[in-house]
Design a protein around this ligand. Structure first.
Ligand code: B12
Ligand code: SF4
Ligand code: SF4
Length: 386
């Protein structure tokens, strides 16, 4: 290795040291670990710019806000030489469907899986610092494109659904990294492609959001639309079904996940009670009944634009229109009446959509003369009766 002014120890760490980091990661509950160098993630940089230019990133910020930063580990850590990448399974078992009206949470949001991932990486970073290196943890942040760096570290292959799949273990993994000045021997071989001729995820996407191999159009992707502030696009409301947060269709149909789902569990699944996450099924009517503080208490770990729980209520109203049994009972009717009288025009508009879809024209009529443009636009939209 050439001498490096910013790095007091530019020599590659010993194979024993690298092996001890891998061993430590395993003991901390991380399922896979790989190493890559800290050079610019050129392919991701080009892809980020391309998605923005073509409008495919919609109004998302995240890694798209500053591609020069999110694809350069050395901007994150001065003098960085390597990135240690780890994957942690979130493949918790499915839960029984409750008897009350409920909404579904995607697998990655059922438990808080980022805290244990970050804690494990922090412990490894502490050790690196104690050994004289700089080391900073990134997991699901705006400063680093996690899947690209994991791909380069040889951990997995890019599926046609854009997710990173681990050979023999599927894609229900979250990813995180430590950017460090320590020099680890980088992976030399990419993980082999495991998709072959399969294209089940592309066909299974309810909104045709996978517009090319490995390319997701966020303007159509339900995982983004449930997070995006504003009016939920009317053309995708029926496809939303009962999803309150996240969407799993392009992963739950993926053969490597289907094969492994019953077998592959996080090793601490038994100690992951619903208390540290909302679980798979959440009470739909409760979301529409409780106040802001309670919604933040229940779902504050999720990405809610401006930390405003209104977006959850908006999603819940769309779901209500999709799943409430017809003819509707008194509790649904009274909730819709409440939201048709809301001070917030977005909530009135989504309640109007649900009421018309459920055949409650008498209730809907209360908004006939509403002067707000959001509500007027809603009246002009199509009714999709149940
Ligand atoms: C923005 C974002 C989103 C956006 C956009 C998703 C997207 N496809 O980019 C939205 C909100 C839609 C989203 C949804 C989801 N996300 Co998200 N998201 C992110 C975030 C913050 C940035 C992603 C990013 O920068 N994308 C940039 C684009 C350019 O990357 P890309 O689409 O992967 O493009 C690559 C491929 O096209 C590949 N490529 C190039 N050539 C070729 C050729 C072939 C043949 C193939 C197949 C690929 C390929 O190179 C490109 C550049 O790397 C990351 C966290 C992070 N900081 O990285 C999490 C992250 C990607 N999300 C994650 C998860 C779990 C999800 C969901 C599964 C959640 C859910 N259940 O709802 C869905 C999956 C949707 C999907 N099919 O992608 C995980 C993925 C873990 C994994 N195993 O892959 C991440 C890594 C978070 C984490 N740290 O664990 N997400
Ligand atoms: S997350 Fe859902 S909507 Fe988005 S690409 Fe996958 S299947 Fe399609
Ligand atoms: S469903 Fe098939 S094509 Fe899509 S990611 Fe899985 S293996 Fe690849």
């Amino acid at each position: 290795m050439p001498p490096d002014d910013q790095n007091p120890r530019p020599e590659t760490v010993s194979a024993e040291y690298a092996a001890s980091i891998i061993e430590m990661a395993r003991e901390l509950g991380l399922d896979r670990v790989g190493f890559t160098d800290a050079t610019v993630l050129e392919r991701a940089r080009v892809a980020l710019h391309d998605r923005v230019d073509r409008g495919l990133s919609d109004s998302m910020g995240f890694t798209f806000r500053n591609p020069e930063r999110s694809t350069d580990p050395r901007r994150a850590v001065e003098g960085a030489r390597s990135v240690i990448v780890a994957a942690r399974s979130y493949n918790v078992p499915d839960e029984e469907h409750p008897t009350h009206l409920s909404a579904t949470v995607a697998r990655y949001a059922r438990i808080d899986q980022y805290t244990p991932l970050r804690q494990a990486l922090q412990k490894i970073a502490l050790r690196l610092r104690a050994d004289g290196y700089r080391a900073v943890v990134f997991a699901d942040e705006n400063d680093l494109v996690d899947r690209e760096v994991a791909h380069r570290a040889g951990i997995g292959w890019f599926g046609k659904n854009a997710n990173l799949l681990l050979p023999g273990a599927g894609s229900f993994f979250s990813l995180g990294s430590i950017v460090t000045t320590a020099v680890f021997a980088p992976a030399t071989q990419p993980a082999p492609d495991g998709c072959g001729t399969c294209r089940l995820c592309i066909d299974a996407c309810p909104t045709a959001a996978i517009v090319d191999i490995g390319v997701v159009d966020a303007r159509r992707c339900l995982a983004w639309l449930v997070q995006k502030p504003g009016v939920f696009p009317v053309e995708f409301r029926e496809s939303l079904g009962d999803r309150i947060y996240g969407c799993d269709d392009c992963q739950s149909t993926c053969p490597p996940n289907v094969r492994l789902a019953p077998r592959h569990r996080p090793r601490d699944a038994a100690e992951l009670p619903v208390a540290i996450g909302p679980g798979q099924h959440v009470d739909l009517l409760e979301i529409l009944r409780v106040d802001d503080d309670r919604l933040i208490e229940l779902y504050g770990r999720w990405y809610l634009a401006d930390r405003d729980p209104m977006w959850l209520r908006r999603n819940a109203l769309v779901i209500l229109g999709n799943v409430a049994p017809v003819p509707v009972d008194d509790s649904v009717r009274s909730l819709l009446r409440h939201y048709l009288g809301s001070d917030v025009s977005i909530l009135r508009a989504h309640a109007l959509w649900a009421a018309r879809r459920l055949g409650l024209d008498d209730l809907a009529e209360s908004l006939r003369d509403d002067p707000d443009v959001v509500v007027r636009t809603e009246w002009a939209g199509p009714v999709i009766p149940r």
